[in-house]
Design a protein around this ligand. Structure first.
Ligand code: HEC
Length: 214
């Protein structure tokens, strides 16, 4: 009997330990993500804020970090004043001029490189509108040195910014500076302007509307 007593005691003690151990390990089984017991958790969790969401801290609502602070202009970004309307297009043709005229020579060359990447497939190497894609469009692009010969620089820039007809906007692919580089190169392809310029015609067409408003 004594022999059995030792064995029973051993079984009893190990069962008790086993129970205690399993009661520890089974803690937190309900929620697998639970870190379990935390001792003095004051600094374990910092109140981290998601950057691109709106937060309210002490009653103040903080704007989404994607929005620029009101009344400010983001670095490297120039606001474009002309709206995407027929009037905005005409006004750009009248009043918008290339701010990089002093860098014309260099910018024209850089514009040529950009043209080869972004425009040539529609407008063709000489700007005749005979690019591989351009020829397949329902209305192929007009020739720069033909119908578009006297198109003013402001309108070229406006079209690059917003797009026109089947030509999409290029403002997400090209910075404003790059668009002005392309304007120089398009002007090179337009060749010398004819005496009756498009802008003169536009002045006659647009000025009365503007005067009538004031
Ligand atoms: C998907 C083909 C396509 C691409 C790419 C394209 N264009 Fe055009 N583009 C056209 C078509 C079509 C027109 C004629 C739009 C109209 O008048 O309806 C046009 C018109 C123009 C005009 C005349 C705009 C006006 O005010 O009448 C200019 C300037 C021009 N494109 C320059 C460019 C430049 C520079 C690029 C390269 C950044 C470019 N295009 C890329 C198809 C394209």
């Amino acid at each position: 009997m004594k022999k059995y007593y030792k064995t029973i005691k051993f079984v009893f003690v190990s069962a008790t330990f086993g129970l205690i151990l399993s009661s520890f390990t089974s803690c937190g089984k309900k929620d697998v993500n639970s870190p379990g017991f935390e001792f003095m958790p004051d600094m374990y969790r910092s109140p981290s804020l998601e950057v691109y969401s709106v937060h309210t801290i002490d009653g103040d609502t903080l704007d989404n970090a994607m929005q620029p602070v009101k009344g400010t202009v983001a670095r490297g970004y120039l606001p474009y004043a002309y709206p995407n309307t027929a009037e905005g297009y005409d006004q750009a043709g009248l009043n918008l001029h290339n701010p990089f005229s002093s860098q014309k020579e260099v910018f024209e060359k850089e514009g040529e490189v950009l043209y080869g990447k972004f425009c040539v497939h529609c407008h063709g190497g000489t700007g005749a509108g005979d690019g591989k894609v351009g020829g397949k469009l329902p209305g192929p692009p007009p020739a720069y040195d033909g119908a578009l010969k006297n198109l003013p620089e402001g309108k070229i820039f406006h079209t690059l910014t917003y797009g026109k007809g089947t030509m999409g906007s290029h403002s997400s692919q090209l910075t404003q500076e790059e668009r002005w580089k392309l304007v120089f190169y398009v002007q090179k392809l337009q060749g010398p302007k004819e005496s009756t310029s498009d802008s003169t015609k536009t002045v006659a067409a647009v000025t009365p509307t503007v005067t009538a408003k004031h």
